[in-house]
Ligand binder design. Structure first.
Ligand code: SF4
Ligand code: SF4
Length: 354
């Protein structure tokens, strides 16, 4: 009897603390978000009370999971994290060694809240592997490892810590302890130093340097390369054009067929009309910003993973007295983050050749 109780306790110990929050039924609001169980599959849903709506956040989550050993895919507002493994055993009839390639995929549905979902397919999906024992239990356990890793290692965890601090008034230390207890099965956990985790932003910086990624194109360089200053400059930022007022977005996506290039600033093209300091036109060729709309909130600079922009002082402009200058335009990886975050929609990204 004691052995049975100990075995049972061990099973509970090995399960994620999230298990108690699992939802096995379809909620209407979840169904509306396009989450449907496959026929014959078992469905697990966890709703995390954090908002992931920015492309830059999605990119950060993907990057932070690249080193986990899981296969990562993404489509629209979804990220798919797949664990593949080989199950081995002995065929009871032939007594031969057998093996099966199995997998479980956890789906992250981003939005105003984050839903983390997995569906355990029937074992028949993978073939006639009647010899596999405890298939559902094993697959469930692997899904839990993925989920705990997602939550601890990614920006979802950063935001959940922030949520604990704000909604439950927990200290940074207690928030991290709570998150740690919630995710006991996490794989390759990134360090979360309470001394550094003072706010959501610092938590992002805390976890990201530890991330190994095999997609160098979206890895921020350790230091931004020095801005080129030797390019052509024919546009001045000073002058007598002071009769202009701020104009509303969005940027005209057809501006290249309607405007003329009137000059350049450090090699970056400027599309007129330009009458500084009150009218500055649209800057850039692939990374383009309508300087006459930009209000300099800095969202694009913050979102850019490869440091394309740096601030340029534009004193006397009616919308804002500094602008995001796309000095490293050639480094753009066309992730669209800056275009998506810009409040007045004054950024337009053109893929090469557009
Ligand atoms: S400038 Fe390019 S790389 Fe930077 S955020 Fe915008 S689209 Fe992405
Ligand atoms: S996000 Fe838009 S408004 Fe804000 S600084 Fe960048 S270009 Fe200007």
């Amino acid at each position: 009897m004691i052995e049975i109780l100990l075995a049972h306790a061990q099973i509970i110990w090995n399960m994620s603390a999230l298990l108690k929050d699992r939802v096995w039924v379809m909620l209407s609001e979840v169904a509306k978000r396009g989450v449907y169980p496959l026929h014959g599959s078992r469905l697990g849903i966890f709703r995390i009370p954090v908002e992931i709506t920015e492309l830059s956040d999605t990119t950060a989550i993907i990057n932070s999971l690249k080193s986990s050993g899981f296969k990562i895919d993404s489509y629209a507002d979804r990220i798919y994290v797949t664990d593949r493994w080989i199950e081995t055993g002995v065929d009871a009839i032939t007594q031969k060694d057998v093996e099966a390639n199995l997998e479980i995929t956890v789906e992250i549905v981003t939005g105003d809240v984050v839903d983390i979902i997995y569906q355990i397919k029937p074992v028949e999906y993978f073939g006639d592997h009647y010899w596999i024992k405890n298939y559902r239990q094993k697959t469930d356990g692997r899904a839990k490892v993925i989920i705990d890793t997602i939550i601890w290692n990614s920006k979802i965890g950063d935001k959940l810590l922030d949520h604990y601090k704000k909604s439950q008034k927990l200290s940074t230390e207690d928030s991290i302890k709570k998150l740690d207890e919630l995710t006991p099965l996490k794989k390759k956990p990134v360090p979360r130093d309470p001394a550094l985790a003072q706010d959501a932003k610092s938590q992002v910086n805390l976890s990201q340097p530890k991330i190994q990624t095999d997609t160098p194109s979206i890895t921020p360089p350790p230091q931004a390369p020095p801005a080129m200053t030797g390019g052509d400059t024919t546009i001045s930022l000073t002058g007598t054009g002071d009769s202009y007022s701020k104009i509303e977005g969005p940027i005209d996506p057809e501006f290249k067929s309607k405007r003329q290039v009137t000059g350049a600033f450090q090699g970056i093209k400027v599309w007129g009309p330009v009458d500084p300091p009150g009218q500055l036109g649209i800057w850039g060729t692939e990374v383009t910003v309508d300087f006459d709309i930009c209000v300099a909130d800095g969202a694009c600079i913050e979102a850019c993973p490869v440091n394309v922009y740096e601030w340029l002082d534009t004193p006397g402009h009616p919308a804002s007295e500094k602008k995001p200058f796309m000095i490293r335009e050639k480094d753009c990886i066309f992730c669209m983050a800056c275009e998506n975050v810009c409040p007045p929609q004054c950024v337009k990204i053109f893929q090469k050749g557009q």
